[in-house]
Design a protein around this ligand. Sequence first.
Ligand code: UD1
Ligand code: UDP
Length: 360
Amino acid sequence: MKILTVVGARPQFIKAAAVSRALRREHTEILVHTGQHYDYNMSDIFFEELGIPKPDYNLGIAGGTHGKMTGAMLAAVEEVLMNEKPDWLLVYGDTNSTLAAALAAVKLHIPVCHVESGGRLGTLTNPEEVNRICTDHVSSLLLCCTASAVEFLRREGLTAGVHLTGDPMYDAFRYYGERLPADLLSGVEDIDGNPADIPERFYYLTCHREENTADGRSLREIMAAMDQLDAPTVYPVHPRNTERARRLRDENGFSRVLLTKPVGYLTSIALVKGAAKIVTDSGGLQREAFFAGKQCVTVFDYVVWPETMTGGVNRLAKPDAADILEKLEGPVIWNPAYQPFGDGHSSEKITKIISGEGAN
Ligand code: UD1
Ligand code: UDP
């Protein structure tokens, strides 16, 4: 079959790296990059490091309001779909690229396969929730990473085409995690392009959600918490935050927060494995912390991946320095035998289901 996959943002490149490898053994894949993420450290580095096939199309659409970005992608993906006439559209997660592609396909009667289906926070104030709900309701195959996602779909009356596959992020973590080059952390650059000099003991921070970046207050609280810890924090800054993070560091003297350029996936996994603890608002990073058995505090009002909260491995905190520090205290019980994200072979299951072989 001919599968047309649309990606656009950093976490989608990682998931596509895992799934494309399995998919291309059985099918022809056309890869479309919307252009949503475009800096070298947000896009090309993933294709190079992870050996992802070069996109057949790059639509060059990025930035602007949600409506403007999504609308432009909708029109551009529609044109590619009309040109390529695939048997399936394959999309990942919950970005504007996901929603635009799903809407374009369903109106052309091209069936949609949604990987990472069924995540729910329970609020439409989160832009990704809107993308997830709309995409799920126009998809023919709803492939879930966890049992809780299957249950969320059931509550919305979605049961046809729903499969529990496991999480391609876990596939990637297992596959690439076993192949990490030794000296990755020495290549990390600070936001000015100088060597970042990562210490032996460190904390790992990321922050990019709209909810935490709409004003400077949340990020100031998060950085203030990290600055008080017993070891420095490595903080690869999403480009939307670079100037704000620099200003907050300089104005408040947060000298223990090392601001670095965004890192490639392999370096990010090395940071996960090497960190004492992790603070994040990333959906992907909180799962990776769980995969590695690292204590994580997620600065967010909603539980994104309920399974990661088991044993206190992941805890929610308000964007408030005192709350973050309190939640970082633990206690934590991590049971390595409890692995709700699958067995590291979700990509093969996804491929089988698309091939019509894997009903469960
Ligand atoms: C998007 C996704 C979010 C996902 C995240 C992954 C939506 C609604 N959100 O959020 O679900 O968690 O990607 O990282 O789709 N920018 C650059 N260079 C880049 C990319 C972005 O400078 O390579 C800047 C642009 O000014 C852009 C801003 O960052 O306007 C935000 O980027 P955008 O893709 O809109 O949202 P993310 O926060 O990356
Ligand atoms: N990540 C990365 N470089 C960074 C920060 C994060 O490669 O500088 C990885 C991280 O390990 C995880 C993924 O990017 O695999 C998560 O993406 P992001 O936080 O951008 O999006 P989300 O998962 O929240 O949608």
